[in-house]
Design a protein around this ligand. Structure first.
Ligand code: EPZ
Length: 423
């Protein structure tokens, strides 16, 4: 398994291009299942998760071609041959469950493996099931697979979700596009990836209003047609690289960044003493003066502080002036990066969903292990600011959500390299 060697090397300066969003692309790709006509995505990120979704769609009979060095995905679901999402693929990536709604709507049936356990939490699918049952689907669990049926098609309904789940919102919105009548989804998730999905579905002929708010209304149509859609910027990759100059000092411009994607996060950076300004190419982040100031953070659904930036923010707070309290409210087990940061000299006290970080003058490089996608990049950020060498192992986690990490950070002056392993 490859690892990444990072050597603390002082302030960073320059530009980093931000790719298309993994979490938008992973819900846009299953939308191809809703139509017989081609769907083309541009600005697609080059990630192992996108390859996994490609394999899944191909296993259902969809054609998926990766063009222009992987940034364009040309897809067609004209001749689907299966309605079963196999455990062997689903267990590698939970987002595979986003084929459930589209297949049910298009084919009237779908069999999707339950994803199983995840490092950051139990992550059940009860909200997805409730939402699709509200549209008239019959769903039963058999041998680890969800068997969903809607022999006479789905019917529009008014449904309020018990929690604003991103995935359940995406599955229901996609399914409702082909349901008979009107669907009103209340307490819907408001993430930018859902807005991007709706914009794409509208280009395919769907009738939807209210994306980005808690109430989404969908008028079902008989069929959807083809379209071309540009994937929205990855706000989590954006936030991650905004933290690089914040933790090391310097000034970096994030090309393609937009303030509206990272509002709550920027508020916390400003409170910590980090300057963020919009430029005509994106966002510029600078830390000119000494240590950052400790700030408290609580993760929430959008537009609150994103849980996918909590680990990276903890890395920054490790060297802040003062004590910060980080509350993780979305996932029940998302502090596994803390003991690894403590191996680098951080002072962190974790109790349940609360981590108290007492800032130290500086971190020291050490061998550390990645446990999940966002934890892995928080260790790289900490390594950039640490004295000496840090070796982050199990970076296959990183490849799921970050393209060209070494090249992007090297481009702004970081001392970083990938160590290939034979195994
Ligand atoms: C999406 O996951 C993202 N993944 C996650 O990003 C992100 O952390 C999460 O939203 C929250 O923002 C993708 O978009 C592919 P949820 P999702 O359904 O849809 C509970 C990353 O690092 N829940 O909003 O799975 C669930 O257990 C990943 O890129 C139920 O209880 O998130 C969790 O505690 C990690 N029942 C909470 O809701 C359900 O049926 C939020 O989950 C569904 C969810």
């Amino acid at each position: 398994m490859d690892s990444i060697l990072v050597t603390g090397n002082g302030p960073l300066n320059g530009q980093i291009p931000i790719a298309g969003a993994k979490n938008a692309c992973l819900t846009l790709m299953p939308a191809t299942l809703l139509s017989e006509e081609p769907l083309t995505l541009t600005n697609a990120p080059r990630l192992s998760d996108i390859k996994t979704m490609t394999l899944l769609l191909q296993s259902l009979g969809a054609e998926v071609s990766s063009l222009q060095d992987g940034q364009v995905l040309a897809m067609s679901s004209h001749d689907l041959i299966s309605h079963t999402a196999d455990y062997e693929i689903v267990r590698k990536m939970r987002a595979s469950n986003l084929v459930l709604g589209p297949m049910l709507a298009r084919l009237g049936q779908a069999v999707v493996s339950l994803p199983g356990g995840c490092a950051i939490g139990a992550r059940p699918m009860d909200l997805h099931i409730e939402a699709l049952e509200a549209l008239g689907a019959e769903i039963e669990l058999k041998d680890g697979y969800l068997h969903a049926q809607a022999p006479s098609g789905l019917k529009g309904a008014v449904h309020e979700m018990r929690f604003a789940s991103v995935g359940a919102t995406e599955n229901m919105v996609m399914a409702a596009t082909l349901a008979k009548g009107t669907t009103v989804l209340k307490n819907a998730a408001r993430e930018p990836e859902i807005v991007d999905l709706v914009e794409c579905l509208r280009k395919m002929g769907a009738q939807i209003e209210g994306e980005g708010t808690s109430t989404i209304e969908i008028q079902g149509v008989d069929r959807l047609h083809g379209a071309t859609h540009q994937v929205v910027t990855d706000r989590i990759e954006l936030g991650t690289y905004m933290l690089a100059p914040a933790i090391c000092g310097g000034e970096v411009e994030l090309l393609g960044g937009r303030l509206s994607l990272v509002g709550a996060f920027v508020e916390k950076l400003n409170a910590a003493g980090i300057d963020v300004e919009e430029t005509d190419k994106g966002l510029k982040v600078a830390r000119k003066n000494g240590r950052v100031t400790a700030v408290d953070v609580t993760t929430e659904p959008f537009p609150g502080f994103p849980t996918d930036l909590q680990a990276q923010m903890m890395a920054l707070m490790c060297t802040a002036e003062g004590t910060s309290v980080l509350e993780e409210r979305i996932f029940e087990n998302r502090f596994m990066h803390a003991p690894e940061l403590m191996r680098m000299g951080a002072q962190i006290d974790v109790h349940g969903g609360t981590a108290t970080v007492t800032g130290v003058e500086g971190l020291k490089g050490a061998p550390v292990m990645a446990t999940d996608l966002r934890a892995s990049v928080s260790l790289i950020l900490a390594g950039l600011a640490a004295e000496g060498e840090t070796v982050v192992s199990r970076v296959y986690h990183l490849d799921r959500g970050y393209e060209h990490v070494v090249r992007k950070l090297e481009g702004v002056g970081a001392k970083i390299e990938r160590i290939k392993s034979d195994g």
